[in-house]
Design a protein around this ligand. Structure first.
Ligand code: 2IT
Length: 449
């Protein structure tokens, strides 16, 4: 490994001992980019790597709100503006009770390189709160969002920093956040947030974009292997927004999701999640995002409590689409032993580093990294920003066609970057190298900053 890369990884490990997830994301990314540093000794001189692992800035703030019983509640809020070298900071907000500074930094770091892969001018940012949306009324969520935006509005804007949704933040929350921004600023700047409802200037296809994009990327991988998506059986984790997009697009293209998982266990539906079952997924999630068992009861299919579906053999593709570190070494061993060829990461960093490296070392497997596979979500957010800037509304077909092109391009540039350095069909290294090169070049040409 290039010495500057190795030293930077050691430096981050030493200085961020309390932030294991951030360290993991940095380690995963930097471990791929030695050949680029070998080719560009000027980057070491410019201390580029140390600058890349330090956010440009990060805000932490309190968010106070009144619950329905008239009690004051206080939550913690964050926004990291990680890297603005290639565009306004861009990335979602995660509202979940386990959110902390470590998680926000890991997500902001990943976002920088993911956003770069889309080819659109977007820098990396991320934010969130330890607010737990589970069981909260609409009124409570609205008051929380208003308070969150009151703390943040001075620091964001369509050309500054553009938040969106992530776990726990969907169209409803974005609506309340945007309403408060507009009230405070008194301007029509709807490009300040993406994932808005259509009436507020949201983009068609944005809710589906991450899942659709993941399936488009999978199609590229399959085409590379002289294979097609028809008849493919997918095992995924999650049944949230992203998982739902995968289910829908897979069924449109003649494939099917036959396994999916929630925090309570996993479902096996050999006929696949298709037709009206897709609507039921939305209904079930709105009622209770923590239990997928009701699906098994409704459709008379198998539910395995307290387990993950990693290692099942009667599928063709695994797609972890729930949350970070869902697949650790024990699951990776089962996945490798199952004989299934395709491991397509979807959630942000769903695999621990040792598990990811183990899967990548399996000769019979093709592994694709989340920062490429899930980039369609933020990619369509970028298209929403474009529509807001030009004050036009694109058709679903136009947005979908651009998303499809974007995913093909991400697969192609990743493949080419890996080939350029003699790494073969290594989509993980390729995505890291392709995105690193562009961010590094922009930072280098902008001087010390
Ligand atoms: O992880 C992600 O890429 C997102 N949560 C979407 C971010 C965005 O700005 O649309």
């Amino acid at each position: 490994m290039n010495a500057h890369v190795a030293n930077t990884i050691e430096y981050v490990k030493k200085t961020h001992a309390g932030q294991p997830v951030f360290v993991q994301a940095v380690d995963e990314m930097l471990s791929s980019i030695s050949p680029v540093l070998d080719a560009h000794p000027e980057y070491e001189k410019a201390d580029l790597l140390k600058r890349m692992v330090e956010p440009e800035r990060m805000f932490t703030f309190r968010v106070c709100w009144l619950d329905d019983h008239g009690n004051w509640q206080t939550n913690r809020g964050w926004r990291v503006q990680f890297n603005g070298a290639i565009g306004p900071y861009k990335g979602g907000l995660r509202f979940q009770k386990n959110v902390n500074e470590d998680i926000i930094k890991f997500l902001g770091f990943e976002q920088t390189y993911k956003n770069c892969l889309t080819g659109l001018p977007m820098g990396g940012g991320k934010g969130g709160s330890d607010f737990d949306p589970a069981g909260k009324s609409d009124g409570e969520v609205m008051r929380f969002c208003q308070s969150y935006m009151t703390a943040l509005y001075r620091y964001i804007g369509p050309d500054i920093d553009v938040p969106a949704g992530d776990m726990g933040v969907g169209g409803r929350e974005i609506g309340y956040l945007f309403g408060q921004y507009r009230r405070l600023k008194g301007v029509w700047e709807n490009g300040v947030l993406t994932g808005k409802g259509l009436a507020s200037g949201g983009s068609l296809i944005r809710p589906e974009a991450t899942g659709y994009g993941a399936v488009y990327y999978l199609q590229e991988v399959l085409a590379h292997e002289n294979d097609t998506i028809e008849g493919k059986r997918l095992a995924i984790s999650g049944y949230g927004n992203v998982a739902w997009g995968i289910m829908k697009k897979a069924s449109q293209l003649g494939a099917k999701v036959t396994y999916f998982a929630g925090p309570d266990g996993y479902i096996h539906d050999p006929d696949g999640v298709t037709g009206e079952k897709l609507d039921y997924i939305l209904e079930m999630r709105a009622k209770d995002p923590l239990h997928c068992k009701p699906y098994a009861e409704k459709y008379g299919v198998e539910f395995v409590p307290g387990a993950k579906c990693w290692g099942v053999k009667d599928v063709d593709v695994y797609m972890p689409a729930a949350t970070q570190n869902d697949v650790a070494m024990e699951s990776a061993e089962k996945i490798a032993a199952s004989g299934v060829k395709y491991y397509i990461e979807v959630a942000n960093m769903p695999t621990t580093n040792d598990a990811l490296n183990y899967l990548r070392s399996q000769k019979h497997m093709v592994v694709a990294p989340s920062k490429a596979v899930n980039a369609g979500g933020v990619g369509v957010s970028g298209l929403e920003m474009s529509q807001n800037s030009e004050r036009l509304v694109w058709t679903a077909e136009e947005v979908d066609a651009q998303l499809h092109r974007m995913m093909k391009n991400i697969h192609r540039i990743s493949m080419e970057a890996a080939e350029e350095y003699g790494l073969g069909y290594d989509l993980v290294s390729g995505a890291n190298i392709a995105s690193f090169k562009k961010v590094a070049e922009a930072m280098y040409e902008q001087g010390i900053f």
